[in-house]
Design a protein around this ligand. Sequence first.
Ligand code: ADP
Length: 401
Amino acid sequence: MTYALVLNSGSSSIKFQVLDSAAAASDEPLVSGLVEQIGEPNGKLVIKIRGEKYTSEESIPDHSAGLAKAFGIMAEHGVGPKDLDLTAVGHRVVHGGKVFSAPEIINDQVVEMIRDLIPLAPLHNPANVDGIEVAREILPDIPHVAVFDTGFFADLPPAAALYAINGEVAGENGVRRYGFHGTSHEFISQQVPALLGKDPSAVNQIVLHLGNGASASAVKGGHAIDTSMGMTPLAGLVMGTRCGDIDPGIIFHLYRTAGLSIDEIDTLLNKKSGIKGLSGVNDFRQLREMIENGDTDAWSAYNIYIHQLRRYIGSYMIALGRVDAITFTAGVGENAKFVREDALAGLEMYGIQIDKDRNDLPNDGPREISTDESAVKVFVVPTNEELAIAQKATALATAQV
Ligand code: ADP
């Protein structure tokens, strides 16, 4: 077993897993945990070791205390970092800007470079840097690797990456499309050629990562040529609480006419919009129930979501010219068969035909849901970003020694 620790540090939380980097996507990790409400009086740590759950509620002053506490509980059960002889610690880093297109072994200089990217991701990169610093202090002898959410999209063609706004202003301020969820889009798109029995260089595909956050990508021969998230993760598809693409003029209108402050608009569009802002809930199981009970707001929210998703599918079909596969992944994509059916309904003339029985099967590993006649193959492939990070971190760490 080659165990890696994967850390995803937020401003007041740390999600972590210890997993075998040779595991299958559907395998339970050896350890998974969440430290929450760091810095608040009532901190919480939930940790699952070999399927058994342990909970502790006490004040956790900072990230360092949170990790130390988690490692303590793991050690009590014989799965502390020292017991496991970890090969690597993989850190999820949200923004790699234009500088990081691949995972990077972390040293002081890399930490500084990630810190320099804070203006591009003020909500995420500071916590990622904190998590890295704390983990390097506690585990100084293990290679630490940064894996960037933007990495897979760092080489988007300029026509897809650049916005049609003043070039000088955009250039000076790093305004361009970076894309996010890259680890998942890469993980999924790398599995599809084998499902098709084709060489990766010959495959044109669309990946639909539909979770609470959602994004689409167009991938040609293993390289992303377009993606729906933009300079920030607010753009593109309608999401659980985020609005996705809107007319930028709406922001001026809300500021000037409705009198909302910039921070209020930021919160409105990121946290109180999307499916939740339209229907009151952001979970598709609840949304479905509401629709079945005749709730018109839920129905309208769902239609807006599907309409936007179909817009992106259509535009990526044109961008790719020929499409071999469309793949659904993440919480909604893997589980909500009605979303898959509605997203691709009536597209037979474009060679897309869903097989209803195959689509109705429960989520259980990678599978095809199109008919045998469908020219474009449609798949459901479960994502596992932690496993993808563990694999990348392990590959880089073992290549180093
Ligand atoms: P994220 O990682 O962005 O938080 P996930 O990929 O875990 O999100 O997706 C979470 C979402 O998946 C939930 O909010 C819910 O809408 C949807 N979901 C999960 N399970 C189901 C299910 N069985 N049926 C329909 N939707 C589901």
